[in-house]
Write a protein that binds this ligand. Structure first.
Ligand code: HEC
Length: 180
């Protein structure tokens, strides 16, 4: 009886520690892929040639992607973060470390993902990062400075996320979890 109990306790420990230690590495690729492909297909669906692009379009594209990120973050297993050197929402302004990861994606054309770790407030975290590239459907809101929709100008006075061309690196998405 005692032996069975200690085996049970041991496996619970292994399971919980195992899950916490590898969440960014194991779950990162699927989460990053989900958000990147979700935004891409929503942009293709809702940004239509000739149609007006406004805040409602945003809610169906990058807004919907942010909502899904929030939902995942609220579950608490991992934290997803977007970052960009040319950001729109200042919350997503790249830290020097994130800017260095972006730099790697720009220089190393074959680099598809980066796994690393970092320290914040005395704690260590694992991080899985993928690049986000601009597609033609993104240009309605991230293209020329003068063609940005009106709501972007009024809501994001410090906007830097314009002037992109299809194929440019727009930013990165990182999946983060505590490191044991
Ligand atoms: C209808 C307008 C619109 C379209 C189309 C659009 N975006 Fe955005 N995007 C925005 C807005 C507005 C924000 C700021 C969201 C916020 O406040 O968090 C944003 C934010 C982002 C961010 C977060 C980083 C930052 O700068 O704050 C990324 C990454 C991004 N967009 C990528 C894309 C990509 C890739 C596409 C095309 C597949 C795309 N966007 C299409 C309006 C748009």
């Amino acid at each position: 009886m005692q032996k069975r109990l200690s085996v049970a306790i041991a496996s619970v420990l292994v399971l919980s520690f195992g899950a916490a230690a590898v969440a960014a590495e194991t779950d990162g690729p699927a989460y990053a892929e989900e958000i990147i492909s979700m935004r891409s297909s929503l942009a293709k669906t809702f940004v239509l040639p000739g149609a007006e692009v406004n805040e409602d379009t945003f809610k169906k594209v990058c807004g919907a992607a942010s909502k899904r990120v929030k939902e995942i973050n609220e579950k608490g297993d991992v934290k997803i973060r977007h970052a960009a050197t040319k950001y729109r929402n200042p919350v997503n302004a790249a830290t020097p470390e994130e800017a260095a990861i972006m730099e790697r994606f720009m220089k190393e054309a074959d680099l598809k993902e980066v796994s690393d770790s970092f320290e914040k407030d005395g704690k260590r975290f694992s991080r899985y990062t993928r690049p986000i590239y601009v597609e033609s459907a993104c240009l309605a809101c991230h293209g020329e400075r003068d063609t940005r929709p009106a709501f972007v100008l009024s809501k994001y006075p410090d906007d830097r996320a314009y002037g992109f061309k299809a194929g440019d690196l727009r930013g990165i998405i990182s999946v983060i979890s505590p490191k044991e």
